[in-house]
Design a protein around this ligand. Structure first.
Ligand code: NAP
Length: 317
């Protein structure tokens, strides 16, 4: 039976399911089946991005499930992200329309600025010079945000938000926005629990989505000796005590602290396992135990662009 996932109201009154499917690194050849299986077992929120280069295949799955009558477009919450080479205001609707064309949808439920730092426009998605150094754009993300607001007015997207923005960058957006960001999507898991950023967002009415909620073990730059969150002895101990998998425990911890989660998997057994977190509760003691695992461990550092003037992770949070 399909799982029932609760939703939260965003600051514009729209409802967003607290659990969704991540699609970064899901290969074009496997993502269509994964998204179809996900919809069949109750997923209604799909997280994608132009930079994942698989939106066409994600669109195949969404459109197949709509044609089959399994879901209606309105039942789904489809998220995508404006890539770094589309920050220039005149390119914002170009990036968004490419995503809509690939997905074969008329609108997105949520569109995020993927990163605050822009890259050189109108070429490769990951533009580099002959030495392999990234080529930057100096567009200010505040100007990008204004162009995103226009996309809402045109009906191309219902809600807009930001991703990988630090506290100062969030405040800068808020100080000039006519539409407040509905969502901040950031890396968040027990090794990087983002307590301060969550408090800031709560005080501003911004909902937080946790990306890489399982620690992103398949990130392309992972080294063999990097700590593996899902194998952490504290989680393994809790897993034995509660008879739930380590993944289920940390996904449940997030939704219980009011954070939306978007774990990625292309495996049907794990799709079902991950969404099966709405029939148990962690005690305050277990929540505190998981909170104590924070060590500032970040999987998506992108140290190769840390000299960009809008690089977000040079300050405490
Ligand atoms: N805004 C951003 O900049 C940003 C950055 C990173 C990620 N994201 C979004 O967040 C999503 C999730 O993050 P992520 O993909 O980095 O990593 P993640 O969801 O933390 O971890 C995915 C990895 O965990 C494995 N996995 C999934 N469920 C499992 C389970 N129950 N037990 C054991 N292993 C399990 C997956 O393998 P299998 O697929 O083989 O099951 C995959 O290797 C992304 O896909 C993307 O949509 C956004």
């Amino acid at each position: 039976m399909a799982a029932k996932v609760p939703s939260v109201a965003l600051n514009n009154g729209r409802l967003m399911p607290v659990f969704g499917l991540g699609t970064w690194k899901s290969k074009p050849g496997e993502v269509t089946k994964a998204v179809k299986d996900a919809i069949d077992v109750g997923y209604r929120h799909i997280d994608g991005a132009l930079a994942y280069q698989n939106e066409n295949e994600v669109g195949d799955a969404i459109n197949a499930k709509i044609s089959e009558g399994v879901v209606k477009r309105d039942d789904l919450f489809v998220v995508s992200k404006l890539w770094n080479t589309f920050h220039r205001p005149d390119l914002v609707s170009v990036g968004l329309k490419k995503t809509l064309a690939d997905l074969r949808l008329d609108y997105l439920d949520l569109y995020l600025i993927h990163w605050p730092q822009g890259y050189k426009e109108e070429g490769e998605l990951f533009p580099k010079d002959a030495e392999g150094k990234f080529l930057y754009s100096d567009v200010d993300y505040v100007d990008t945000w204004k162009a995103l607001e226009e996309c809402v007015k045109q009906g191309l997207v219902k809600s807009i938000g930001i991703s990988n923005f630090n506290s100062q960058q969030i405040e800068r957006i808020l100080s000039s926005a006519t539409i407040k960001p509905a969502v901040l999507q950031v890396e968040c898991h027990p090794y990087l629990n983002q307590k301060k950023l969550l408090e800031l967002c709560k005080s501003k009415g911004i909902t937080v989505t946790a990306y890489s909620p399982l620690g992103s073990p398949d990130r392309p730059w992972a080294k063999p000796d990097d700590p593996k969150l899902l194998d952490d002895p504290k989680l393994v101990e809790l897993s034995k005590k509660l008879n739930k998998s380590p993944a289920q425990i940390i996904l449940r911890w997030q939704v219980q602290r009011g954070v939306i989660v978007i774990p990625k998997t292309v495996n049907k057994t794990r799709l079902i396992e991950n969404i099966d977190i709405f029939d148990f509760e962690l005690s305050q003691q277990d929540m505190d135990y998981i909170n104590s695992m924070d060590c500032g461990g970040r999987a998506c550092v992108l140290e190769w662009v840390k000299d960009h003037k809008h690089y977000p992770f040079n300050i405490e949070f």
